[in-house]
Design a protein around this ligand. Sequence first.
Ligand code: GAP
Length: 433
Amino acid sequence: MNKLEKIVSLAKRRGFIFPGSEIYGGISGIYDYGPLGVELINNIKQEWRRGMFNRPENIFEIDSSILMPRQVWEASGHTSAGFTDPLQECKKCHRRFRADHLSGQEKDKCPDCGGELTKPKKFNLLVETHLGPVKDESSLAYLRGETTQGIYVNYKNIKTSMSADIPFGVGQIGKAFRNEITPGHFIYRMREFEQMEQQYFVKPEEADKYFDFWKNERMNWYLGLGVKKEKLRFRPHTKDELAHYAKGAGDIEYEFPFGWHEIEGIHNRGDWDLSRHSQFSGEDLSEIDEKTGKRFFPFVVETSAGADRAALVFLAEAYDDSDKKRLVLKLHPKLSPYKAAIFPLLANKPDLIEKAKQVFRSLKVSGFNVAWDDRGNIGKRYYSQDEVGTPWTITCDFQTLEDDTVTARDRDTTKQERIKADELKIYFEKFLK
Ligand code: GAP
C-alpha cells in the first residue's frame, strides 16, 4: 500500500472519512466525514476562523446561500470559458480525461485502452439544478462553484450595516460544488467540497502590499499547525495560468505523497468582481476616494483555502508508521479529534473506574473532547489512541486513589509524567492556546 492508500484505509477504519453512500457503491468525488473526521475538520475551521477574525484587521464573517440568481455566475465569468477544464474523451471506451492532466505521449491516446482521444473541448464545471416546479431554461440555476460570489453580492449590505471603511475583509466557510472531470486523490479533488475564503477589499494602489501580507499570513497558518517548512511552498502563477479574474496570483502548495499540489490560492482579483456585479446588477458598488473625490472600484485580495484539502495536508503530515510497533497520527493537539483519552488502569476495579469517570466527566464538561476506554490491556488502548492522534492518554491507577495524581502519557515521545488530576486542564491548555 502506498502512503495515500494507508491514509484512506485508516480514515475509514477509524471513523474519519467514508466514501459517500458506500452501501450503494459510492459516488465519484463525494466523501462523508465520520465522527472523528467531523472533529478534525471542525478544528481546522476553528483555527482558520481564529487566524482570520481574531486579529487587528477589520474582517467580518458571513454565511451566504448556496443558490444565487444565474446572473451572479454570468457576471463572475463562471458560465463562460473562464471556468472550464479541457476535456478529452476516448472514442473507444468513452472514458473522459482532463487534457492538462495527460502527460506528453498520452495526449492523443486513452491511458486505459489505447483508443484514440477526441480533441480537447471546453467543459464547464458549474453544477446545474432547476428551481421551482417547471424544469426549463428559465428555471436553470447553479450550485455555487465558489463561496466568493456570496461575499460580493453582499458587499454593499455588509459595508453599510457594519459601517466598514476600506480596507476591510469578509470571510466565509461553506460548501462549493464543481463537476470535476476527474475527481481523485481521495479528498484532494472532489465534486462537493468546502472552502474557507476571505476577500480583502483595498484601494487599488495597496493591492500588491496586501497580496504579500496575506500570502505570508496564510503560509504561516499552515506552519503554525505543524506543517514542515520543506513541504510547503508558494508558486506564483504564470501569465497563461491566471484565472479570468486575476491580476496576479499564486498557489500555496504542499508536497503530498502524490507530488506537489495546490492547497490554497492567493489572488489579486483587481476590480473584476465589484465592477462586473455593478454592471450586471445595476447597483453601483464603487467608492469615492476622499482625497481626489474620484470614484473607484475597490480591488480584492483573496485567500481561498479548501477545508478538505487542508484536512488531507494535516493527515498526510501527521501519518507516521516509521515505528514498526505502532502507527501514530502526529496531529497538532489543536487539530486532534480527542484532546485526551481517560483510562482506569484495570477495568474490574469499581473504585478505579469511578475515579477515572470523575476525571472524564470533569474534562468533558469543561469543553475538552475526551475519549473513554476501559477495553483490553493498557498497551492496546495506547495504540488505539495513537492512531487517531490523541495527544495525551491519562491513566487513573491505585496511586490516584491515594493522592489524586494521574499519569499522562505523551503520544509522540511515549514518556509519562505524574500530574495532579485537577491540574489537567491547565496542562492541556498550555498546548492548546
Ligand atoms: N475563489 C477562488 C477559488 O475558488 P480555486 O483555486 O478554484 O479558487 C480555491 O479554489 C481552493 O479551493 C483550492 O486551493 C482548493 O483548496 C479548494 N478546491 C478547489 N477545487 C476543489 C475540489 N474539486 N476539491 C477540493 N477542494 C477544492
